[in-house]
Design a protein around this ligand. Structure first.
Ligand code: DSN
Length: 415
């Protein structure tokens, strides 16, 4: 077979470098995880070669007999996992999933309520620089000043004032449980539809450690690569009533050919997430986040809202060092092998590019088998790095300590 025989040395070298980075450093970005070898095998499978616009049984191209079975399997598995009537597994990402829902349920210019980006929402929840904010009239609700938690009375007041057609619940940087039922109540009071963006917490829901929004919502969107630990991609669950409109909005509305290799990998991830082991894993994510938050508080970091109920925490760096910005902390921690992202805290006086906070999550370190003792060690290493941030030799020595901590927990030791 006339395949190219020259290895792509550049990509081989870069892949090896990335494996080393993932095996030897701490991955604390709350939206990241390590996919299983089975998920990665499916992502690299022959399904990458197939065009399959349409849906199972209704494709525009031939040759989709096997692909139809794959996509049907993914849909069936995810509906069973979350108790949904209907699933669309084609969105390439969470952003596409959200935009498809808006296209299905709204007309341009319609009013929508969503959590403000600077209080933990997502770009696609109406940020003025995102097409969601350009196309629809988003009104942002915020966390309360007093305890930095969602305040349903304030959401209800905004809903009564603006009469939205859709309310969006869910967040990307909110460390507390989001109860779906009170959102349903507000939506019903004003005759709005309810969508829950569960991108961050889909795995926690599947694992039974966060309330499931599906029974309370018209639509639930999520990504498959965060706590759910699957391939990069999106998914939409809905009631039967909205199924046809959502399918039409995904294709041909927002996307062309679906990525069936990713859909095959999503099917693998949905099966993995339905196991007892995944329940144990999800509970450990939360236990680890709680242990890490407590240890960080012990090092002098203020935690937004006082702690965490889920897989992530937001740290206000000003209590640790008034001068330290999120940007500077992210850079020096990365040098020490502690990878996370800077994040605005509610009412942050600094710009979103600089910030006063960090967002820290435990899904990836939990996948690699770390538990509470390692969380205490991570907090110590973080605090030591930030205290000695101007001392390059000290940071280099802390990088060695991180390497030693990670060594017995390497996610991909065979690679
Ligand atoms: N980039 C994702 C996150 O980090 O939360 C959201 O899209």
């Amino acid at each position: 077979m006339p395949w190219p025989t020259l290895p792509d040395d550049d990509i081989v070298r870069l892949t090896e470098a990335e494996v080393i980075r993932q095996n030897t450093a701490l991955q604390l970005i709350a939206s990241e995880n390590f996919a299983s070898p089975a998920v990665m095998r499916a992502t690299g499978s022959v399904f990458t070669n197939k065009y399959s616009e349409g849906y199972p049984g209704r494709r525009y191209y031939g040759g989709n007999q096997v692909v139809d079975e794959v996509e049907e399997l993914a849909r069936t598995r995810v509906c069973a996992l979350f108790g949904a009537d209907h699933a669309n597994v084609q969105p390439h990402a969470g952003a596409n999933a959200n935009m498809a829902v808006y296209q299905a349920l709204l007309e341009p210019g319609d009013t929508v309520l969503g959590l403000s980006l600077d209080h933990g929402g997502h770009l696609t929840h109406g940020s003025p620089v995102n097409s969601s904010g350009l196309m629809y009239n988003f009104i942002g609700y915020r966390v309360s000043e007093s305890d930095e938690r969602l305040e349903m009375d304030a959401v209800a007041e905004l809903a009564a004032k603006h009469r939205p057609k859709l309310i969006v619940a869910g967040a990307t940087a909110y460390p507390r449980t989001i109860e779906p039922e009170p959102f349903r109540k507000v939506a019903d009071e004003v005759g709005a539809l309810l969508m829950f963006d569960a991108a961050h917490i889909a795995g926690l829901i599947a694992g039974g450690v966060h309330p499931n929004p599906v029974p309370f919502c018209d639509v639930v969107t999520f990504t498959t690569h965060k706590t759910l630990r699957g391939p990069r991609g999106g998914c939409i669950l809905s009631t039967s009533e909205h199924a046809a409109a959502i399918d039409k909005a995904v294709f041909p509305g927002q996307q062309g050919g679906p990525q069936e290799h990713s859909i095959a990998a999503k099917a693998v991830a949905f099966a993995e997430a339905s196991t007892e082991e995944f329940k144990v894993y999800s509970a450990q994510i939360v236990a680890n986040a709680s242990a890490l938050a407590e240890a960080l508080a012990g090092e002098g970091f203020r935690l937004v809202s006082g702690g965490t109920d889920n897989h992530l925490m937001l740290v206000d760096l000003r209590s640790f060092d008034e001068e330290l910005t999120g940007k500077e902390a992210q850079i020096v921690l990365d040098e020490a092998g502690i990878t996370l992202n800077r994040n605005s805290i509610p009412d942050d006086p600094r710009s979103p590019f600089v910030t006063s906070g960090l967002r820290i999550g435990t899904p990836a370190v939990t996948t690699q088998g770390m538990k509470e003792p390692e969380m205490a060690e991570i907090a110590r290493l973080m605090a030591a790095t930030l205290r000695q941030r101007t001392d390059a030799a000290a940071v280099a020595s802390l990088r060695e300590e991180v390497r030693n901590l990670c060594e017995p927990f390497a996610p991909y030791p065979e690679m």
